[in-house]
Design a protein around this ligand. Structure first.
Ligand code: FES
Length: 135
């Protein structure tokens, strides 16, 4: 069963600007694309099974910071201009409740990346949260 994780107020999401977060060491990004549609992915790059937390953003693609595999933000598919081969990003369901975007985190998402990567993502997430609190 999915756990619904609040991400942000729908009106605060800007087209083409992903909001990335981690839940139980799994990196996710939620993106508003054309026609205000929402997309969400587990941002793990299958080229070397590394977490993109966060991915770089270039011209409507999410780019892996390690070797620059590029994924279309609207579909999660590998972009034509990608420098490396990798499988498409796993899709995640999103739901808007009371104007808040939620993503549906599933236990199976944890199996998409090695335990060492989940640990690293959790540590990075803590660092980012501290930075945000300090402002
Ligand atoms: S791990 Fe992402 S391109 Fe190599």
């Amino acid at each position: 069963m999915a756990k619904l994780i609040p991400v942000a107020a729908s009106r605060k999401l800007k087209p083409g600007q992903p909001v990335c977060l981690a839940y139980r060491g799994v990196p996710y990004c939620v993106i508003k694309v054309k026609n205000d549609k929402l997309r969400a992915f587990v941002t793990v790059c299958s080229h070397k099974d590394l977490a993109m937390y966060p991915p770089d953003v270039k011209k409507q693609t999410l780019v892996c910071p390690f070797h620059e595999a590029a994924f279309d933000m609207a579909t999660g598919k590998l972009a034509k201009k990608s420098r490396k081969k990798a499988a498409r990003l796993p899709k995640v369901k999103v739901k808007i409740m009371d104007g808040i975007v939620h993503l549906a985190a599933r236990k199976k998402h944890q199996k998409l990346l090695p335990k060492s990567e989940r640990k690293w993502v959790a540590q990075e997430d803590k660092k980012q949260q501290k930075k945000r609190k300090r402002g």
